[in-house]
Design a binder for this molecule. Structure first.
Ligand SMILES: NC(=O)c1ccc[n+]([C@@H]2O[C@H](COP(=O)([O-])OP(=O)(O)OC[C@H]3O[C@@H](n4cnc5c(N)ncnc54)[C@H](O)[C@@H]3O)[C@@H](O)[C@H]2O)c1
Ligand SMILES: [Zn+2]
Length: 354
């Protein structure tokens, strides 16, 4: 079986196994990472139908005596109620401190399962089996877990690195096109950040041909940033490229606009402002726009600069009067820029003018 292996030196250190058909290996991989224990699989109602059976079979065959918990699919489930149901189900099934939680699904499943693992009995181990492109290249690696509160997204959570990540790239074949594009936006982000090669694969529209290799390159980039800055105080913030304006768009839409789509628009806008400020190489924005369109993503928004600015101010990445934004120099290189909150309005206004 074709397998790409990426090692991440954060937490206790863990391997990310990437390749087509990897789900059938999950029992073996988990028992070698975690030893003899019980596995508690958490998944959502869509992924249950598609992939729960083969995962349970593989865990069973490896002697991990699995149990499962299924919640209704969607961001609306990433809350304290479902978290509490997951914890109660772990307890009802007699899960102990030496057992392991398994997140099977997209970013919602990964975030809530990681949080449950982080607090159940003061912390048990967990494994990620991402089944969306976004979860594979972004949320399954790095150890950020969360649920949403009524006043905002991801407001409660813990940092907890997984014990292993198992990414079966065949699972992307059943994703809705919009959900796939969402992950494409985050992958294109890695290209703009540090790898012109990744960007070119998307530019040529060839992502499906070499998706396992591409996921492994994205995960390596994220891994290096996480290793250097596990708790998100410095270089890890580069991963927020496109996210200041992106979060503002999501916020204004009442979180109905998909995250990756919002980030796509945010990347175009910040690159355009960078070009106008003389910071970003001319032509960068044009290339980013064409690449995003080719991958089914939007590049502009109807929200006006003032509304975007006000929504951006509620961003949790703000610290006092300053906010750190990420600006491309060119494709393959970006820099952090700390600006006064008041300067953000000028940048958003610049970025909105074609
Ligand atoms: N922890 C982090 O570092 C981090 C980073 C980025 C995003 N996130 C979080 O990730 C979440 C978004 O992730 P997402 O886009 O994966 O959302 P998701 O988990 O809701 O998945 C999107 C949809 O695809 C379905 N699905 C999943 N896998 C499938 C498959 N293989 N085939 C068919 N359908 C499938 C799901 O049921 C769901 O309806 C957000 O909550 C965001 O906050 C976390
Ligand atoms: Zn993101």
């Amino acid at each position: 079986m074709e397998e790409f292996l990426v090692k991440i030196n954060a937490g206790g250190g863990y391997n990310v196994h990437i390749g087509p058909g990897m789900i059938s290996e999950c029992g073996k991989i988990i028992s070698s990472a975690a030893g003899q224990c019980r596995a508690a699989v958490v998944t959502d109602s869509n992924v249950e139908i598609l992939y729960l059976r083969p995962v349970m079979d593989s865990l069973e065959a490896a002697g991990l005596d699995p149990i499962s918990f299924v919640f209704p699919a969607g961001e609306g489930s990433k809350n304290l109620h479902i978290l509490s149901e997951i914890l109660e189900s772990f307890a009802d099934n007699g899960l102990t401190r030496s057992d392991i939680a398994v997140a099977l699904g997209g970013g919602v499943t990964g975030d809530i399962t990681g949080f449950a693992a982080g607090v159940y009995m003061r912390g048990i181990r967990y494994v990620q089996i991402p089944t969306t492109l976004l979860a594979a290249v972004d949320s399954s690696v790095g150890g950020k877990t969360a649920v949403d509160l009524s006043s905002g997204k991801n407001l409660a959570g813990v940092f907890l690195q997984p014990s292993a990540v198992i990414c079966d790239t065949n699972t992307f074949n059943t994703l809705a096109p919009d959900v796939f594009s969402d992950g494409a936006a985050e992958s294109i982000k890695y290209g703009i950040l540090t790898s012109e090669h990744i960007f070119e694969v998307f530019e040529r529209g060839e992502v499906r041909k070499s998706v396992s290799e591409l996921v492994s390159e994205c995960v390596s980039i994220k891994g290096r940033l996480v290793e250097e800055d596990e708790h998100d105080n410095s270089v890890r913030r580069l991963l927020n490229l496109g996210h200041t304006i992106g979060h503002a768009i999501e916020n204004l839409s009442g979180y109905t606009f998909p995250h990756g789509h919002a980030v796509a628009i945010g990347m175009v806008m910040i690159s355009r402002a960078g070009e106008k400020m003389g910071f970003t190489e001319i032509g960068t924005t044009d290339r980013i726009e064409k690449c995003l369109i080719r991958n089914g993503l939007p590049t502009s928004t109807d929200y006006d600069p003032e509304a975007l600015y006000n929504a951006a101010l509620s961003d949790k990445k703000r610290s006092g009067d300053n906010i750190t934004i990420v600006v491309p120099k060119r494709i393959g290189r970006c820099e952090l820029m700390t600006i006064k909150v008041s300067e953000l309005f000028d940048i958003i206004s610049l970025s909105a003018q074609r």
